[in-house]
Design a protein around this ligand. Structure first.
Ligand code: FE2
Length: 182
């Protein structure tokens, strides 16, 4: 017989993830809209579809548990999403904003990788093999998303570093004018 409080912990952590994923379903379209790089935007849109599938996997698990997935708010995801939206509100050059968006998205992925890794092991110990394989699928998706973001970051961070700020652009223009006048 599984320990009741351990089983409850497992269900609570699943509820937390259900809340986290639903918050992401709302946040990802905003992140996609804010992205300048087409690859990054497509990456966010693709991950939105994946995330909807991840919500469904959790619903399948809750159906088999005969429980509602609702009733918990993932405050960690709330904080991560809030930090991501603060970045969007800042007045940044395109590539710099993209670099910041990737940073925010990777924080989210790492949180999810940790959380899914935990519940996946809980499911195995509890003998919930069906759950474990569903959770493992999501865990693998989150890891692949994180790897994709790392690849994109290499390119975008380099662009961000080469981007001239509006002030630098003005100075460059002014410099050209002085040269012409001389
Ligand atoms: Fe997810």
């Amino acid at each position: 017989m599984p320990n009741e409080s351990f089983k409850k912990l497992y269900v609570d952590e699943l509820k937390d993830l259900y809340s986290a994923e639903n918050q992401l379903v709302k946040a990802l379209p905003k992140m996609a809209k804010a992205a300048s790089s087409e690859d990054l935007r497509e990456g966010f849109e693709e991950h939105l579809q994946q995330t909807k599938g991840q919500v469904q996997r959790l619903e399948t698990i809750f159906q088999s548990l005969n429980q509602s997935p609702k009733g918990k708010k993932c405050v960690a995801m709330e904080g991560l999403v809030k930090e991501g939206s603060e970045v969007v509100q800042e007045d940044l050059e395109d590539a710099v904003l993209d670099a910041a968006l990737i940073g925010a998205a990777q924080r989210v992925e790492h949180y999810e990788i940790a959380a899914y890794g935990t519940v996946c092991e809980f499911a195995r110990i509890l003998g919930e093999t069906e759950h474990a394989s569903l959770l493992q699928e999501t865990l693998d998706e989150e890891k692949r998303t994180d790897e994709k973001l790392t690849k994109l970051a290499k390119e975008i961070n380099a662009q961000a570093n080469e981007t001239q700020s509006p002030k630098e652009q003005d100075e460059a223009k002014a410099g050209r004018k002085t040269k012409r006048a001389a």
